[in-house]
Design a protein around this ligand. Structure first.
Ligand SMILES: Nc1nc2c(ncn2[C@@H]2O[C@H](COP(=O)(O)OP(=O)(O)O)[C@@H](O)[C@H]2O)c(=O)[nH]1
Ligand SMILES: [Mg+2]
Length: 279
């Protein structure tokens, strides 16, 4: 049966047909888009995401988390109406805080977060969905795998910054992923709720924290090569955010050492039919 996607009916409309309630919650997919002053890039991104997901089976919502933007980002998202909705944070808190708020507001059985510039095209979701269906809990895009296609590279200083960050990261945390920072990651709702519920990092180091927690708790995490087309426009300030990310990595290490992360280990059925762990 082809499921109906969420209605475009506005929340204040009292005449919503009963069938829409029956099919709209829980949804098959929530796409979370953290957005900070994204009024220029967000419109085309929402068009692509909604157009693509409408061609696929299943119900979905797109949650734009406006992180204290001052350029009308929230109004743009609100004007769209369902399946797009806006979560508005009163002041700028950082990408990690925004994705966490989006996950908390989501109603999907699976959650994908994507950068507002769609540097990884939304059509990649197809392969991520297949991996989740195989039994993965978390599937992360990686620009560092041999099969990844980098159509437009980041500027040299950002590539260097990314590599340095990942090197320092590996000195501090036992992480096996060469690219933790790609803004395209998918989760089962159970994994996303547990991981973001335990996460404490508001800034750009949140991906590293989530992956560290996921591995430690025994979630099945896999990387997928992706296509990447870097958008020259960037909200990342190389010096300020590098320092903030370093400080946050040290803090994650300390929180872990003190046992401050409340995340129970995953229990899996031990039947011979359960999918093998990737480690
Ligand atoms: N919520 C939030 N999102 C941010 C912030 N800075 C950047 N982002 C979002 O994070 C994503 C990646 O940002 P971008 O500027 O494209 O980073 P780059 O591709 O690494 O240069 C986009 O969706 C941004 O809107 C921030 O302070 N808060
Ligand atoms: Mg970008």
């Amino acid at each position: 049966m082809r499921l109906r996607r969420q209605s475009r009916t506005k929340p204040e409309d009292q005449s919503i047909p009963a069938t829409i309630f029956m099919t709209s919650s829980p949804l098959d997919l929530s796409v979370v888009i953290p957005a900070y002053n994204e009024v220029k890039r967000l419109g085309p991104t929402l068009d692509s995401v909604v157009e693509y997901l409408e061609t696929r089976r299943g119900t979905f919502e797109v949650i734009v988390v406006d992180d204290g933007s001052t350029d009308g980002t929230a109004a743009l998202a609100e004007r769209r109406g369902p399946p797009v909705r806006a979560v508005v944070l009163p002041h700028n808190q950082g990408k990690g805080a925004a994705v966490r708020a989006g996950v908390a507001a989501s109603r999907g059985k699976r959650i994908l977060f994507s950068d507002a510039d769609l540097s990884t095209p939304i059509a990649e979701w197809n392969r991520f969905a297949a991996k989740l269906a195989e039994g993965c809990d978390v599937v992360i895009g990686s620009r560092s795998l041999g099969e990844s296609v980098i159509l437009v590279r980041q500027p040299w200083f950002r590539e260097r910054m990314g590599k340095t960050f990942n090197w320092i990261l590996r000195q501090l945390l036992p992480l096996r992923f060469p690219d933790t920072q790609c803004g395209f990651k998918a989760f089962t709702a159970t994994a996303a709720r547990a991981l973001f519920g335990a996460s404490r990092t508001d800034g750009f180091a949140f991906d590293a924290e989530i992956l560290f927690l996921a591995d430690r708790a025994g979630y099945r995490v896999e990387e997928l090569p992706i296509t990447w087309r870097n958008s020259a426009d960037s909200r990342v300030s190389p010096i300020r955010h590098s320092l903030q990310m370093m400080r946050d990595l040290v803090r994650i290490r300390l929180l872990a050492a003190r046992g401050d992360y409340a995340l129970p280990a995953v229990r899996r059925p031990t039947s011979p039919t359960s999918p093998p762990r990737s480690r």
